[in-house]
Design a protein around this ligand. Structure first.
Ligand SMILES: Nc1ncnc2c1ncn2[C@@H]1O[C@H](COP(=O)(O)OP(=O)(O)OP(=O)(O)O)[C@@H](O)[C@H]1O
Length: 334
């Protein structure tokens, strides 16, 4: 597999937003992240709020430089290349779709200007070719050409997100990262936008990274699911087996609590709060909420183990069995 993007042992540490000027804690937003995404595949990223999903997304698209670790884009190290080359590589190679198209789009520019802008900045084609590309992009995302001269404020939320997607695709990127692309939209248009993304991935052979709180949607959209907990990737599971083959207790608990499964599962209780990212627990970060934790979990962060099927790895000293029913798991005392 040739990765479009590959992150190796990436760490991101922020200064805490609160705590006063003199005493600023460190927030461990991303710790030792490894991930590779190939052309044509969709990788979904799930986890509770604050676990580092957006940070990982920002590292993948080169908005966030990791404090340590490597980011390879099409096998080239992003952060050792000259800045101008990095800007050009990211500008043309990567598209990002944000949660809220109302804030992501410039309200003063027409749809045509928004879509032409990346073509102008990166000097793509002649004037007429750029106009043609704008038409092509609008048609690609299902926007009528008549909307070319309107402002984002005159569009519906779904239409605005289509413009944002078209803009992300303007320069034929190899990688698109969508961070909660539907959570600001009406429920009625969410499915349309998700289907559009899936269709575009097929047609354009994109590598797609999809970040969402909505784990049912991630499961439906993705080939592989990445589970994050307190800044760490703790499991990577083939999406079609995530509810029954995941081996990390946290992944099982997260998916067991998902409403809307065809075959509802017994919810596995997740007790207690998520610990602070400024003081993650020693050893396995999930141990303070895990019903299987023992002294070993407090002492050492488990290394990744490979599961029996390709594309499945997990970090856990006491993994649950594949196919062990959530009823059995739910009965275990935390
Ligand atoms: N610029 C920043 N300064 C300080 N802390 C930050 C900053 N950005 C993120 N964090 C912290 O880093 C951690 C990871 O944040 P991140 O936004 O990546 O999580 P997330 O999983 O995307 O959360 P959500 O689902 O709520 O969007 C959180 O504890 C967050 O508060």
């Amino acid at each position: 597999m040739t990765a479009v993007v590959e992150v190796r042992d990436a760490h991101v540490v922020h200064r805490a937003r609160s705590g006063g000027l003199l005493r600023r804690d460190r927030v461990y937003a991303l710790t030792g992240a490894d991930l590779a995404v190939a052309a044509g595949e969709t990788v979904g990223v799930v986890g509770e709020s604050g676990c580092g999903k957006s940070t990982l997304a920002r590292v993948l698209v080169g908005i966030q430089r990791p404090a340590s670790g490597t980011v390879l884009f099409q096998a080239r190290d992003l952060w050792t290349m000259p800045p101008a080359e990095r800007r050009a590589t990211l500008g043309t190679g990567v598209g990002m779709i944000f949660q809220d198209p109302s804030t992501a789009l410039n309200r003063r520019l027409t749809v045509r200007r928004i879509l032409r802008d990346p073509l102008d900045v990166h000097d793509r084609g002649s004037g007429p070719e750029r106009e043609e590309r704008v038409r092509e992009l609008m048609s690609l995302v299902g926007l009528p050409g008549a909307l070319a001269d309107v402002l984002p404020g005159q569009l519906s939320g779904g239409q605005r997100q289509r413009v944002a997607i078209a803009r992300a695709l303007a320069l034929d990127p190899a990688l698109v990262v969508a961070d909660e692309p539907t959570s600001a939209l009406d429920v009625s248009v969410r499915a349309q936008i998700l289907n559009l993304l899936l269709d575009l991935r097929e047609r354009l052979g994109l590598a797609l990274v999809f970040v969402s709180h909505d784990i049912q949607t991630v499961r439906r959209m993705s080939d592989r699911v990445i589970t994050m907990y307190l800044g760490r990737i703790v499991e990577e599971t083939p999406a079609d087996r995530v509810t029954d083959a995941a081996r990390h207790p946290y992944t099982r608990a997260l998916f067991s609590a998902t409403p809307g499964l065809l075959d509802p599962l017994d919810p596995i209780p997740l007790t207690g709060p998520v610990p602070s990212a400024t003081r993650p627990p020693s050893g396995c970060p999930f141990r303070t909420r895990c019903w299987k934790a023992d002294h070993l979990c407090a002492e050492a962060m488990p290394e990744f183990s490979a599961a029996s099927r390709p594309g499945h790895r997990y970090r856990c000293h006491h993994p649950v069995e594949e196919d062990q029913s959530t009823r059995d798991l739910a009965r275990q005392e935390p």
